[in-house]
Design a protein around this ligand. Structure first.
Ligand code: PBG
Length: 308
C-alpha cells in the first residue's frame, strides 16, 4: 500500500555522481573527511565511472586536481590538463551511455584557490574570469563533456559560456548553472578533496545563507542567459530554496548534496549513531520532495544500486 500511494520518487537516473581525478597519482588517494570517496587516478576513474553507470546513475560530474597550479589556473584550459584528459578518457570509455559533466571553474587550478583570477588589489576580477571560463568551457566540450557546470558564481558566466560554445559550433552542449550557490561552511571536506589552496572565503561571489529572494534573482538571471538546468547548493540547509526554485523554474532543478552533508552522515553512521542506508535514502528523498529533479550526491552509485 505504501508503495502504491507513495508521492515522491527516487530513481537512479535522478542521481549524479561527483568524481575527483588527480594528476600524477599511482593509486587512489582517500579523502579523510569523506570516507569512501577518493581522488582517482585516470585508471581507477574509468573503472569507477563504468561501475556507476552500470549501477544506473543518470550522470557524472568530474572535478580535476592538477599537480601544478598558477595564478591564472591555466591547467583548466590546457587540453593536456588533468580534467580535460580525464574527460577524454571517460567519453571514449562511456560514449553517450551517460551524461558526462565537467566542473567549469578555476578554483582547483589556481594557486590562490579562488574561483577566478585576481586583480591588482587581490580581489576576484569578474570579467577577466569570464574570458577564461569561456575558453575552459570550449576545451571541456572538445574533450567530451556533454554538460558544463559553471560553479564559480561570476556574474554573467552562463551567457559568456553559451556564446563561446555557440560560436564554435557546440550548440549541443548544455549548461547546468550553479545558480544559487551559498557561501557555506559545509564545503569544508571538499576543500580537502581538491587540495584547495584557498585562504579566506568566497563571500564576495557566493551568496549569503539568509537570502532566498536573491537566490531566485540569480536563477532568473541564469535562465535569461541560457541555462538549461539550474542548481541550488548546498541542499539540506536550503530545502526551502530548492522549493522556491522549483516553483518558478521552467527548466530542471538540480540540488548538490555536498561534501559536508555527506561527511555528517558518514561520521554518525561510523559511530553507530545512525542507520546509514536508511539515513542516506531519507536525505535523498527529502531533497526530491523539496522539488529537486536531479541530485548530485557522493552516494549516487551506492544509492542507485540500493534502489535498483
Ligand atoms: C567550486 C566548487 C565547490 C564545490 C563544488 N564546486 C567548493 C566551493 O565553492 O568552495 C563544493 C562541493 C562539495 O562541497 O561537495 N568549484
Amino acid at each position: 500500500m505504501r508503495r502504491l500511494v507513495g508521492e515522491t520518487t527516487l530513481r537512479p537516473r535522478q542521481l549524479i555522481l561527483p568524481m575527483f581525478v588527480a594528476e600524477g597519482l599511482d593509486a587512489p588517494r582517500p579523502i579523510s573527511s569523506m570516507p569512501g570517496v577518493v581522488q582517482h587516478t585516470r585508471d581507477t576513474l574509468r573503472k569507477a565511472a563504468v561501475d556507476a553507470v552500470n549501477a544506473g546513475v543518470g550522470g557524472l560530474m568530474l572535478f580535476g586536481i592538477p599537480a601544478k597550479r598558477d595564478a591564472e589556473g591555466s591547467g583548466a584550459i590546457d587540453e593536456n590538463g588533468i580534467l580535460n584528459v580525464a574527460l577524454r578518457d571517460l567519453r571514449s570509455e562511456l560514449g553517450d551511455s551517460t551524461v558526462l559533466m565537467a566542473d567549469t571553474c578555476l578554483d582547483e587550478f589556481t594557486d590562490h584557490g579562488h574561483c577566478g583570477v585576481l586583480d591588482a588589489d587581490g580581489d576576484v576580477d569578474n570579467d577577466a574570469t569570464l574570458r577564461l571560463y569561456a575558453e575552459m568551457a570550449v576545451a571541456q566540450v572538445e574533450a567530451g563533456a556533454h554538460v558544463l557546470g559553471p560553479s564559480g558564481m561570476m556574474d554573467g558566466q552562463v551567457g559568456v559560456i553559451r556564446r563561446a560554445l555557440d560560436e564554435v559550433g557546440h550548440s549541443e552542449a548544455a549548461i547546468l548553472a550553479y545558480a544559487a550557490k551559498f557561501a557555506s561552511a559545509f564545503y569544508g571536506p571538499f576543500r580537502e578533496a581538491v587540495d584547495s589552496q584557498l585562504k579566506g572565503d568566497r563571500k564576495t561571489y557566493q551568496q549569503d545563507p539568509g537570502n532566498v529572494r536573491e537566490a531566485l534573482r540569480e536563477i532568473e538571471l541564469d535562465l535569461a542567459e541560457g541555462a538549461d538546468m539550474v542548481m541550488v547548493k548546498p541542499a539540506l540547509s536550503y530545502l526551502d530554496v530548492i522549493k522556491a526554485a522549483a516553483d518558478i523554474s521552467p527548466v530542471p532543478v538540480a540540488a548538490y548534496n555536498i561534501s559536508g552533508e555527506y561527511a555528517m552522515v558518514e561520521a554518525a553512521a561510523a559511530n553507530g549513531w545512525l542507520d546509514r542506508e536508511r539515513t542516506v535514502l531519507e536525505v535523498l528523498t527529502s531533497i526530491r520532495r523539496a522539488g529537486a529533479d536531479l541530485i548530485l550526491t557522493y552516494w549516487a552509485a551506492e544509492a542507485a544500486a540500493w534502489l535498483d
